[in-house]
Structure formats: structure tokens, C-alpha cells
Design a protein around this ligand. Structure first.
Ligand code: SF4
Length: 327
């Protein structure tokens, strides 16, 4: 286990009986949108998914962009990118700009009335148009062939991110433009050699945000945290696919398994249905042992749950991983 991951965290856990402020970050709201179950296990029970390793190159691009826009913030001038895109704005100079950009410790915050929950977000940048409206800005860095865009399904999270920031600034009393911008930097790999530098194409992508979903979602997330019931999981994700596959493999391989389990799996692997009676006949075993074997197979996700006397469906033919294991 790495020193960066504690699978049984005791800090940053929501306590429904405490009035101490509980920070709920923009990222955790997004994890609630994706799957209430993992959100609950993380924020209420202290069992979070292992974190990914930090994207240091992306962070370096963010940091340098911040420095670059800060030069124009201090001078009150438009960045050349704004001019190139005909955007009439300047970086917003405000005493709290560094606080709003510090996602880990401070950020832009808003306490939800009647609760202990403080919603937090660390914005990359804020610009201001001549009519006084704030423009929320997010920096993105990547390296891909072709033009960058916001069209992929997985980029919906970027849009939600923008909308939560827009909502947070509005709750803090600012007039916020519906249109936010992504400063999208695309590393150019067409160069002849690396030569110690990576050039980027930089594109300004506008996005018209709609924050109407944000408040209701935050309230739903708070209700979820207050509950003592583990919520259902959302759409299957890669973690869940891994958890199921690992569980199935472990159930088949553990030392204390019924000695017949592997033979039973081989026996049913090409069948569509299996019943207790068929197992009893085939293996000359009693009813109780046949039931236990079927329950074990159900735990491993290989057969459907019991429906009284009805035969159970066998799922092995559809499961390539298990098929490989049993062949
Ligand atoms: S689908 Fe499963 S692993 Fe994925 S987020 Fe939900 S509970 Fe967690």
C-alpha cells in the first residue's frame, strides 16, 4: 500500500450529528453525480477509491499559465489570447484570487443554509468583462492528434466543473457570465525531436454553462450523506468491473472452497440453466451441499440468484474472464 492511500480513512468523514463545517469539494460533488455508492463509502464511511498519481506535467502547465495571466492581472491588460479571440476582458484583480485558486485548503466556498456543509472549489482563473461580469476560466492540458474540443462524453465532467464554479461565484454575490472559457493547451508531438521542450497549441474554447442542476444535486448529496443506508451504485465503472471480476476469481480460488466447486464450474460452463436437483444427480451429493455450491456460484456472479424451485441462469458463457479460468 502506498503512503498516499489509506483505505480506512478517519478524517474528512461526514458526521450527521456534528455542526462542525464539513468541506464538500467540487470533485466530490462530481463523484456523487457519477455514483452515490462510492461517494457515500468515501465521505461517510472513509473508504475512498485509490487516488490516481498526480499529473505533474498538467500541473506545471497550469502553474505557468497562472503566472502568465497574473502578469496581465497586475498590469490590468488583456492577455494576447483574449485579443486573438476577440474577447473583451482582462484577468480579474481581486484580493481573494489566490485563495479562490487554492483548491486544497481554501478555494471559493459557500455554506449550505441549515447544514454543516461548505461547498468548495478551486478555480483556475477568473476574468472580468467591461460590463462587470465575471468569466470563469479553466485551464486544460493534453497532447492529442487533431483539434481539442469538448465533444467527448468523458468531458461532461469538465462542463459540470465549470457550472459548479459559476454557481459558487453567484452564491458569493458576483454577477457571472453564462459563458465560461477553457484555455486548452495541446502538446505538439509533430516536432522533429524533443530537444528538451514541448510546444503547445493553445485554444480558447467557450462554454455556455447552465448551473440549474447544481443546488438540487448538492442537497441530494447531503441527504445521501445523512442516511444510514448504503445507496445503490450508479452506472458500472471500471472500478466496479474490476471489483466484480476480482471477487469472482477469488471465490473460485480460495483455499476453503468446497472441493467440488471447480468441477461444478466445469460441469455448468456451457449450460444455460442449472438446478439443485441436477447437481445432486451429477455429483451424488445431498440437497444442502448442492444449495451451498449454487450460493457460492451466485456470490461469484456465475449464476442468477435463487428463485425458489426454478433453475438458475448460468452466466459463464458471457464472461470471458471466467471462461478462460475454467477452461
Ligand atoms: S460503480 Fe461501483 S466502483 Fe464504480 S463508483 Fe459505483 S460503487 Fe464505486
Amino acid at each position: 500500500m502506498s503512503k498516499y492511500y489509506n483505505p480506512h480513512r478517519t478524517r474528512n468523514i461526514y458526521n450527521p450529528h456534528s455542526s462542525e463545517p464539513f468541506r464538500l469539494s467540487r470533485g466530490k460533488i462530481d463523484s456523487f453525480v457519477k455514483c452515490a455508492r462510492c461517494f457515500y463509502m468515501d465521505r461517510r464511511l472513509g473508504v475512498g477509491q485509490p487516488p490516481g498519481y498526480p499529473f505533474s506535467l498538467n500541473s506545471a502547465v497550469d502553474l505557468l499559465l497562472k503566472k502568465e495571466f497574473d502578469i496581465h492581472r497586475a498590469a490590468g491588460t488583456a492577455h494576447p489570447l483574449m485579443k486573438a479571440y476577440g474577447l473583451d476582458a482582462v484577468p480579474f484583480a481581486h484580493a481573494q484570487i489566490d485563495e479562490w485558486r487554492d483548491a486544497m485548503r481554501r478555494g471559493i466556498t459557500y455554506r449550505i443554509a441549515g447544514t454543516s456543509v461548505v461547498v468548495t472549489g478551486g478555480v483556475d482563473d477568473v476574468w472580468k468583462s467591461p460590463n462587470g461580469e465575471l468569466i470563469i476560466v479553466d485551464y486544460k492540458a493534453t497532447s492529442k492528434d487533431g483539434e481539442v474540443s469538448l465533444d467527448a462524453d468523458w468531458q461532461d465532467g469538465y462542463k459540470r466543473q465549470m457550472e459548479i464554479y459559476q454557481w459558487l461565484f453567484r452564491q458569493n454575490g458576483f454577477k457571472v457570465s453564462r459563458t465560461g472559457y477553457f484555455v486548452y493547451c495541446n502538446g505538439d508531438t509533430d516536432a522533429r525531436a524533443f530537444d528538451g521542450k514541448l510546444e503547445f497549441d493553445i485554444k480558447l474554447i467557450p462554454y455556455d454553462g447552465d448551473d440549474s442542476w447544481v443546488e438540487g444535486t448538492i442537497l441530494a448529496a447531503i441527504e445521501c450523506l445523512k442516511s444510514d443506508t448504503l445507496p445503490a451504485s450508479g452506472v458500472d465503472c471500471d472500478y466496479c468491473a474490476y471489483r466484480k471480476a476480482a471477487g469472482a476469481v477469488e471465490s473460485l480460488k480460495v483455499e476453503d472452497r468446497d472441493s467440488l466447486l471447480e468441477d461444478v464450474v466445469k460441469f455448468i460452463k456451457d449450460k444455460d440453466l442449472i438446478s439443485t436437483a441436477l447437481l445432486q444427480r451429477e455429483f451424488g451429493i445431498g440437497y444442502v451441499r448442492a444449495c451451498r455450491l449454487l450460493d457460492k456460484l451466485e456470490e461469484a456472479g456465475l449464476v442468477s440468484p435463487s428463485e425458489g424451485a426454478k433453475p438458475r441462469k448460468v452466466f459463464i458463457k458471457e464472461n470471458k474472464t471466467i471462461k478462460k479460468l475454467v477452461n
